[in-house]
Design a protein around this ligand. Sequence first.
Ligand SMILES: [Zn+2]
Length: 239
Amino acid sequence: MSNLDDLKRDLVRANRILSNEGIVDAWGHISVRNPDNPDTYILSRSRSPGLVTMDDLVEFNLDNSPVTPTDTPLYIERPIHGMTYQARPDVQSVIHHHCQEILPFAVTGCEMQPAIHTARAIGGQIPVWDITDNFGDTDFLVTTNDQGHDLCGALGDSKAVIMRAHGATVAGASIANAVNIALAMKRNAIAILDGLKLGPIKYLTQGQIDFVNESGVRTLAGHDRAWEYLCQQAGVTDI
Ligand SMILES: [Zn+2]
């Protein structure tokens, strides 16, 4: 079995994990850059992530056209994926979601900062992008490459971007890393929103974020341990 086959299995697992963890529901998606051809990426056809199988995976060019023309329905927001891979050569996996716990930040424009130690995966303040700024009144969906390009401008070098009135996009160094960032954002959001009922939030300082992130061995071990746990919880260990 090739590395690409292994990666596709992890992509299917990640779809199920994100559904099991409440990051995605009927909507939302995760992709991975093709390690054999960095100018393409793998993404499911239009299906709810919790139902995605190996047979649903489609390869896309970075302009978001399918490598092999198909009549099967495709996600209309795939410009998020291709344009992120174009803008960020370091990114190997992209998640787009409408996670409920993130939405308070999306409706207020409040930039998220890490407040709990596991949110070090966020890496710092998460910017907010408003499609209205350059595209006026829309349905808020990112359906054109111009919109995807504009989104990436707000993403910059960050690990994620919150999308006003919509959701968020995560840019990961791997599938497991992207899933970890999405989960960290959700847990961080819950801690902040619950914490505000008690008093002001004491956020991590940049020094504290950097200190944790410099311990690369611990971070890597944490990813592996978390991935094993998440696969078990989602029942996808044997895929
Ligand atoms: Zn969306």
